[in-house]
Design a protein around this ligand. Structure first.
Ligand code: IPE
Ligand code: IPE
Ligand code: MG
Length: 249
């Protein structure tokens, strides 16, 4: 158990003048966490929710305005049917309670990804909470669900091509900010920090456009073990980075 004293020491290391605007997390390692305990992979997915709550509390305490969580990728649909069924069952039973709790923290809930791939019940629940929380002001929580960065980019491209073909815009109108405005993430700022748990050091089709200048932080901790103190460690590490954006100091 992380003591009050240790947490205080950790918080003293945080520079409140250099808080990232947008943190994104690849919450990986649920299956391995469960397998290490001789349990079914689903057990790891069940335990993941406490880590989500910890991170949201961490954002609130530090004043991080945007957090994106990679919950389920478009490629994850290719997993064995039993795992998908178990995951969907988990969403069906837990989504409402979890989102209600998140709403009580004054968090605004948004989604990115092809949510139309989920059941009607799940889609309705998500839409309900997006509407219910839209005036919440503490943190914006963006849930990446059925998300693929490549799919997002292709979707934006098709959308723009259609507008140009219909004469609504000309080729000269297309620049980076125009393109950005056609992504799922059009309302959110660029990502400053990407955290990935579980020891894997890859991006797995997550926010490729948005993380062009993000700092990357990898930790061996498996997601169900990731606590608020680990999140603070990642922020402290981020604050030591020299960000140049191609420029010279
Ligand atoms: C991340 O944990 C959660 C999802 C992708 C849904 P994993 O299920 O990928 O767990 P590992 O990486 O196999 O341990
Ligand atoms: C990335 O994890 C997706 C999520 C965390 C939701 P994966 O476990 O699916 O990624 P790979 O297969 O290890 O690249
Ligand atoms: Mg994984």
């Amino acid at each position: 158990m992380f003591s009050y004293f240790c947490m205080k020491k950790l918080l003293e290391k945080i520079n409140y003048n250099n808080i990232p605007n947008h943190v994104a997390i690849i919450m990986d390692g649920n299956g391995r966490w469960a397998e290490k305990r001789g349990k079914l992979r689903t057990f790891g997915h069940e335990k993941a929710i406490q880590s989500v709550k910890d991170v949201i509390n961490g954002c609130k305490e530090l004043g991080i305005p945007y957090i994106t969580l990679y919950v389920f990728s478009l490629e994850n649909w290719n997993r064995p049917k039993q795992e998908i069924d178990n995951l969907m069952r988990l969403f069906h039973t837990n989504l409402k309670i979890s989102l209600e709790e998140i709403h009580e923290k004054n968090v605004k809930i948004m989604t990115i990804g092809k949510i139309e791939r989920f059941s009607e019940k799940i889609q309705k629940e998500l839409l309900f909470f997006m509407k219910k929380t839209k005036h919440n002001t503490s943190v914006t929580l963006i849930l990446a669900l059925s998300y693929s960065s490549r799919e997002e980019i292709v979707r934006a491209t098709k959308n723009i091509a259609e507008k140009v073909c219909n004469g609504l815009f000309s080729l000269q109108d297309i620049d980076c900010s125009f393109f950005q405005n056609h992504l799922y993430t059009k309302d959110f700022p660029d990502v400053d920090l990407i955290i990935r748990t579980s020891g894997e050091q890859r991006i797995s089709n997550f926010l490729l456009w948005q993380s062009a200048y993000a700092e990357l932080y990898f930790t061996n901790i498996l997601w169900p073990d990731f606590r608020k103190s680990d999140f603070f460690e990642a922020i402290i590490n981020y604050q030591k980075r020299k960000r140049r954006f191609g420029n010279v100091k």
